[in-house]
Design a binder for this molecule. Structure first.
Ligand code: SF4
Ligand code: SF4
Length: 367
């Protein structure tokens, strides 16, 4: 097994800039973290955007993921995407798929490294409800089918909340044996998503079990499913759910977040207090220097954790959204709290929690 130090230095190399090119959106998702819908009044113009592509390249990033809002509704999205390819950066496009067919010919010319589509339900009823658009499910599935027929590299992103927790197995059945990468993430209470619809810690652990069981059951080729950054760290029992070993939040390191008005954050899931500057007034290089020296004060459970130096409190965006490090969405913390002698009677607590999780898992897998 490689030692952790080279791994860390490898992972903190600039890798992907996630760029919200517009806040405008043709969907009305109830879980939207950026309250997208209307265009920001001060979005970067085409010239500023093309210059920014070159700055991203000069800062050493290997790729750019275009998202929104909905990136494909911005009039000059194709010019920006072309500039990304011209600068030999990997191009990903994160889209809701609603107007993808209208843009298929442009996408074919661009040859993006990946097109990621959001799929939040295994049925039209749930997906359309979450997206706030009747017919969205059909359009997204049609977009996925067209992309696959044209041999694009396709991935699907599912954000899990109390509304769609029991849809995971249905989504799995839609994706199985289709060579579609599936990223599962938790929906957190930012933007317009209400706190009461976020999953409980038991439900969070059950989602992790769902990923672990399916990873064991199917080869990566049949079902390339992974847990996103927010899905648990350093479990004592479950295998790593992500693509690589967790070495702490990558905000401002290998990950970079760009808002449509040029504000720069380490990661778009972080709150506005993490904005390091704006590219209209400062260079990207100097903003990055500032972001990389920002220290996070951990407290509560995370501060006392035995792997805190490696983990650094897990996904910062999630921790800030749920406003605590005390009871983190963390596999290790959940396991430790369950088996801790501080939570006697152990057996009663364990039995009731494990039976709750077993029943939830059964429902997810077989509903
Ligand atoms: S308790 Fe906090 S620091 Fe420890 S593994 Fe979990 S998220 Fe990381
Ligand atoms: S805030 Fe979360 S999603 Fe963003 S880079 Fe950090 S770990 Fe990843």
């Amino acid at each position: 097994m490689p030692s952790i130090t080279p791994l860390i230095s490898q992972i903190i190399k600039p890798s992907c800039a996630v760029w919200e090119i517009t806040l405008r959106c043709n969907s009305k998702c109830i879980h939207c973290g950026s309250k997208a819908g209307k265009i920001r009044h001060d979005e970067l113009n085409t010239e500023e955007s093309l210059n920014l592509v070159r700055d991203i390249r000069d800062c050493g990033y290997k790729g750019v993921a275009l998202m929104g809002g909905e990136p494909l509704v911005r009039d000059d999205w194709y010019e920006i995407a072309k500039e990304i390819k011209k600068n030999r950066l990997d191009l990903s496009i994160v889209t809701n798929g609603l107007n993808l067919i209208d843009n298929l010919q442009k996408l074919k010319k661009l040859k993006p490294e990946c097109v990621s589509l959001s799929l939040d339900g295994g049925t039209a009823k749930v997906h359309d409800y979450l997206r706030g658009i009747p017919g969205a499910f059909e359009k997204t599935i049609n977009a996925i089918n067209c992309l696959k027929a044209e041999r694009f590299s396709v991935s699907v992103i599912t954000s899990v909340s109390k509304i769609n927790l029991y849809e995971l197995n249905k989504i799995k059945n839609l994706l199985l044996d289709r060579n579609i990468a599936w990223q599962i993430q938790t929906t957190v209470p930012i933007g317009r998503f209400p706190r009461e619809l976020t999953i409980s810690r038991e439900e969070f652990y059950t989602v992790a079990l769902f990923i672990a069981i399916n990873t064991k059951k199917y080869s990566f080729k049949r079902l390339p499913v992974i847990g996103a950054h927010c899905l648990g760290h350093y479990s004592r029992f479950l295998p790593n759910l992500g693509l690589s070993p967790w070495v702490g939040c990558q905000a401002g390191k290998s990950v970079l977040g760009i808002q449509s008005n040029g504000n720069i954050k380490g990661c778009l899931t972080l709150p506005d207090e993490f904005i390091g500057g704006n590219i209209r007034t400062q260079s990207l290089k100097s903003i990055l220097r500032k972001l990389r020296t920002k220290k996070i004060q951990l407290k509560g459970y995370c501060a006392d954790c035995d792997v805190v130096n490696l983990c650094q409190g897990g996904c910062l965006g999630t921790a800030y959204a749920i406003k605590e490090f005390d009871e983190p969405y963390c596999l290790r913390a959940i396991e430790d709290q369950l088996i801790s002698s501080k939570h006697l009677p152990i057996k009663g607590k364990l039995d009731s929690t494990v039976s709750l999780m077993k029943s939830m898992l059964h429902t997810i897998r077989f509903k």
